[in-house]
Write a protein that binds this ligand. Sequence first.
Ligand code: C5J
Length: 244
Amino acid sequence: MPLVTVEAEPAQLSVEIDRAALVIIDMQRDFLEAGGFGEALGNDVSCLQAAVAPCRAVLGAARSLGMLVIHTREGHRPDLSDAPPFKVERGDPKNRIGARGPMGRILIRGEPGHDIIPELYPLADEPVIDKPGKGAFYQTDLELMLRNRGIDTLFVGGVTTEVCVNTTVREANDRGFRCIVLSDCCASYFPEFHQAGLAMIKAQGGIFGSVALSLPLVEVLTALVEPSATHFRAGIANNRSARY
Ligand code: C5J
């Protein structure tokens, strides 16, 4: 049972890696690419690109180690029967959920825009949680999957920091899961909301969870795959002054 030390704020954590999962929130074309939901809402989707490479690095390390990886997607049934009318009716009708755009119907399951970006595409054995809300626990079987596998700690990345990442972390925290949000694996259309979203999680002794950089985690996971690389652990210990 590998026990690893994770440098995080507000405090260092010991994590039983066999009881941890990587949860990647909503890295969908609809949020990250032009012509999707994010852009329809008036956002600059290029702001989210910064999270892609760090997510890819953590994903690669987690896969090498055989860690449970779970992907989520926000979206709705084609008939919109699971979409609250107040959510659908926001904004310009041409750009609403269900409207037709360059990547198919916006935020509708099965449409190209709803799918996960190619860089982070799930493997066949990685669960994908289709969620109708912002939180990944609301009206999904995520909690059941985690409990069945004995998971107690979630490494979380994805978009957007202050919306679906924050909502999911708050839901997880109330259910007794420990969340470590990987700051550089998250992004927002609003840099100040990204910072605030992370600050809210780690404030007050980690009221919703912890915040950490991804590189030390990648190094620790890599060291577990290649046990001779023990110097990675020292690297983590030396990183205590890092700010997230
Ligand atoms: C939003 C999300 N921002 N995945 N969804 O509507 O954060």
